[in-house]
Each structure stands twice: as structure tokens, then as C-alpha cells.
Write a protein that binds this ligand. Structure first.
Ligand SMILES: [Zn+2]
Length: 208
């Protein structure tokens, strides 16, 4: 596939670094607004720490998808389902900028092309380390792998625990969410989908 197409699927937003110098005074303003004293000892370095934290937690916008998959694409005749399950992820919900965390399960049915196994968690990370909604993240992971490998099908299931729901006392059952994206054979063939769903349910523990 064209590199440009890959860039588009990864939705590379910016090559510019996150503007830490702009975040610091903004966080100081938040501290003042909630009635805190940003000059007290415990908070003195907080704006700087928060700025550096966002650089890390939101680095997914700046991952170069071509460098990410480089040297890990192989032409292979292997045609059985590839499943990578229980991939831990940490993301921030875009509604509250609070964490949602959990596990992603990714599968695809190769058609002449495979991706090195260690890269699949990195694809998940690329999309998790942004301001996200779980449904969109799930779809983006599936569409990226689909565009990259042009397999017979891709399946992604994401189980997430949303701290914006648990911490704010919203009903507990709303805090855990499962989302899925099924493409190609996983959408059209019930048996294929079931094979995947049975695989990921075997011996798995609930999120957290
Ligand atoms: Zn939220």
C-alpha cells in the first residue's frame, strides 16, 4: 500500500512536539481555579510534571506508522487465524481526559502477508495514546491492520474500564465496556467470528 494511505489510516496528526510551555501555565490556572495554591511546595512542580506526562500519554499522535511497521512485514503463505490477545492498553477518554484502561484482542486471517507479532501491541498503543473514545479506537486498530495487510478479515475486541465512570459514581455497570470491530471474514462468517470469540474468552480474567 502507499505510504500516504498508511499515514492516513494512522491519522498522524502532527510532527510538532507537544507544547509543554503552553501546558504549564494552563495547569497553574486550573490549580488556582479549584482554589489551590500553586506556590505551595507539593504543587510547585505539578504543572511541569503534568506537561511531561501528556507528552508520554499522548504520544500516539506522533507515532510514524511507516517506521512502526518497518522491517516487520513478511510475505507468508500462512493462512490460519493469527490471534494476539490480552494486549494491555492505557488511554484517555476525550470527554473527561481521564484514563480508560483495559485489554485489546486482535485477530486477522492472513492473505499472503503477516505482521511481526510484537508490532500488534504497538499498533494498539499508537491509537490508545491519544484522546479517545473506545468505539473509535477499536475501529481504528481494525482499519489500520486491514489497510496494512489486506487480509481476509480483521477482528478487534476491546474491554475497557472507564475511570470517568467509576470515580464519578456513575452506575458501576457502565464503567466496563466491550467494543468490537469485525471486518471481512469475521463479519461474514459466523464460524470464523466464533472461533475468535471462543479463543479470547478462554481462561481470560476480567479487566482489573
Ligand atoms: Zn470519560
Amino acid at each position: 500500500m502507499e505510504n500516504g494511505e498508511l499515514q492516513e489510516l494512522a491519522m498522524l496528526l502532527s510532527k510538532e512536539e507537544i507544547d509543554q510551555a503552553a501546558i504549564r501555565p494552563a495547569i497553574e490556572q486550573v490549580l488556582i481555579a479549584i482554589g489551590e495554591d500553586p506556590k505551595r511546595e507539593g504543587l510547585l512542580d505539578t504543572p511541569d510534571r503534568v506537561a511531561r506526562m501528556y507528552v508520554e500519554l499522548l504520544e500516539g499522535y506522533r507515532v510514524d506508522p511507516i517506521a512502526l511497521v518497518n522491517d516487520a512485514l513478511f510475505e507468508e503463505d500462512y493462512d490460519e487465524m493469527v490471534v494476539v490477545r490480552d494486549i494491555e492498553f492505557y488511554s484517555l477518554c476525550e470527554l473527561h481526559m481521564l484514563p480508560f484502561i483495559g485489554r485489546a484482542h486482535v485477530a486477522y486471517l492472513p492473505k499472503g502477508r503477516v505482521l511481526g507479532l510484537s508490532k500488534i501491541p504497538r499498533v494498539v498503543d499508537m491509537f490508545a495514546r491519544r484522546l479517545q473514545v473506545q468505539e473509535r479506537m477499536t475501529r481504528q486498530i481494525a482499519e489500520f491492520i486491514n489497510g496494512l495487510l489486506h487480509p481476509l478479515g480483521v477482528a478487534v475486541v476491546v474491554e475497557g474500564l472507564h475511570l470517568c465512570a467509576t470515580m464519578r459514581g456513575v452506575k458501576k455497570h457502565d464503567a466496563r465496556m466491550t467494543t468490537s470491530a469485525m471486518l471481512g471474514a469475521f463479519r461474514t462468517h459466523l464460524a470464523t467470528r466464533q472461533e475468535f470469540l471462543e479463543n479470547i474468552s478462554r481462561g481470560s480474567n476480567p479487566v482489573l
